[in-house]
Design a binder for this molecule. Structure first.
Ligand code: PLZ
Length: 447
């Protein structure tokens, strides 16, 4: 277990391969060590310890190879250990690992801000602050919106997930396991019904009218600093809102001086075949939150938005020791370059064109699959008691466990725990996708 890692240049064959029980003996031993020193609040969905990864394959300490359909929850979007990301980060590591941008700045931070200004929706002057995590981006987005508007209220939607800090816990819909027992929570957060077409059956206009009426009743438009929306909800279960829903919300925000904030921490950065999912809905958010996929696996997040809103924060009002770390920033520049030079937006479309029909044919075979939804490399199936909308979380857990045993890492999601989500890296081949689907088919058949 204390063996040095083999050279990292060793290639990882892009294939599924199970050579021990899952978890294997080395993983089991590590899990025992962990139990006495790692807080139990940090649980692991699959106690398989990963030794290396490349492209769409994870290799564990026992030599098992898993097709990764989760990409670390949408982080290694351009592939694990992408060569260009590794090269850029390595060069940066050798030059400068830290100086603190708010003390003595460096170029890569500025480059990331330029790239985010260029690639987020909206043809106006934009500025960016870089931070460490998605939750921190949410916190900063709210902070900036409050300063700009002089208002306190924060609007959020049902089924939303925004993080694990105190303010973002208050913004989460699902209490367990994220919030339970961790209060008191930040105040001035107002939650409204969302658009969840499979469950509410509402068209976009009616769903938006419901959301707006709720917010007007519970807080009032004049007291809202911002409305924070995931254009496609992540942890909630990859809901694609009904057509017209999001534009109607944005229109209402604009008319009432409410900062419209898109949390694209999970759905952004090329995942849906556009740089940002907002583009699918014709949204031009005032502030865009990005994280996860932005730096190819290194920690980085940002708030990007209208210059006049971003500049409401006074000099010295934004920052943080590690925010926009030079190595993470260099990796992010490489991610943007790879998306362009490798045509990765089209890869998300390719993944949808292979995966969606495969999921739809599984739905024909297994009526327990109530809904197939999503865009690009962000797809999901929702399991229900056939013919109803009653969530079936037990089968989701069983399918995910079967898949893991057979070398496919398949993540769950959903307010009711009854969603299987597919968010592979854009580097995954059609062959691996179809191999994974064959395993999932077997999993349904074996129920
Ligand atoms: N907003 C839309 O998806 C992170 C959480 C994983 P952080 N989602 C994965 C876990 O178990 O903690 C997320 C998100 C959206 C905000 C966040 C928070 O981003 O980088 O985890 O802080």
């Amino acid at each position: 277990m204390t063996d040095a890692l083999a050279p990292t240049t060793a290639t990882v064959p892009q294939e599924r391969r199970i050579v021990t029980a899952v978890p294997g003996p080395r993983s089991v031993a590590l899990h025992e060590r962990r139990a006495s020193v790692v807080a139990r609040g940090v649980s692991s969905m699959l106690p398989v310890y990963i030794e290396r990864a490349h492209g769409a394959i994870l290799v564990d300490v026992d030599g098992n190879q898993f097709i990764d359909l989760g990409a670390g929850i949408g982080v290694t979007t351009i592939g694990h250990t992408d060569d260009a990301v590794i090269a850029a980060a390595t060069v940066q590591l050798e030059h400068l690992t830290h100086s603190l941008f708010t003390i003595t700045p460096y170029e890569s931070y500025v480059q990331v801000a330029e790239l985010l200004a260029a690639h987020t929706p909206g043809d106006f002057a934009k500025k960016t602050v870089l931070v460490n995590s998605g939750a921190e981006a949410v916190e900063n987005g709210v902070k900036i919106a409050r300063k700009y508007t002089g208002r306190n209220g924060v609007g959020v939607l049902d089924h939303a997930y925004h993080g694990r800090t105190n303010l973002t816990m208050a913004m989460n819909y699902k209490a367990s396991p994220y919030n339970t027992g961790f209060g008191p929570f930040a105040g001035d957060v107002y939650r409204a019904p969302s658009s969840y077409p499979f469950h509410d059956g509402l068209n976009g206009a009616d769903a938006a009218a419901r959301t707006i009426a709720h917010l007007e009743k519970t807080v009032g438009a004049t007291d809202l600093a911002c409305l924070v929306v995931e254009p496609i909800q992540g942890e909630g279960g990859f809901m694609v809102p009904a057509e017209g829903y999001l534009p109607a919300l944005q229109e209402w925000c604009t008319a009432n001086g409410i900062v419209f904030i898109a949390d694209e921490i999970q759905c952004g950065m090329a995942r849906t075949g556009r740089y940002f999912a907002s583009e699918h809905f014709g949204l031009v958010p005032d502030l865009m939150l990005s994280a996860k996929g932005i730096a190819g696996g290194l920690p980085l997040a940002g708030v990007t938005g209208r210059a006049e809103i971003m500049d409401a924060a006074q000099p010295g009002g934004l920052g943080g020791t590690f925010g926009g770390n030079p190595v993470s920033a260099a990796a992010a520049v490489a991610v943007f370059e790879q998306i362009e030079s490798q045509g990765l937006l089209a890869e998300a479309d390719r993944i949808e064109s292979v995966l969606k029909p495969a999921l739809l044919s599984l739905q024909k075979k297994y009526p327990i699959i109530g809904d197939v939804r999503g865009i690009g490399a962000m797809l999901a199936i929702e399991l229900v008691t056939p013919g109803t909308h009653e969530p079936d979380a037990a089968t989701v857990a069983a399918i995910s466990a079967f898949a893991a045993q057979h070398g496919v890492l398949l993540l769950t999601a959903g307010t009711y725990g009854n969603v299987l989500r597919f968010l592979p890296s854009l580097a995954i081949s059609d062959e691996l996708l179809l191999d994974a689907i064959a395993v999932i088919d077997e999993a349904f058949a074996a129920r």
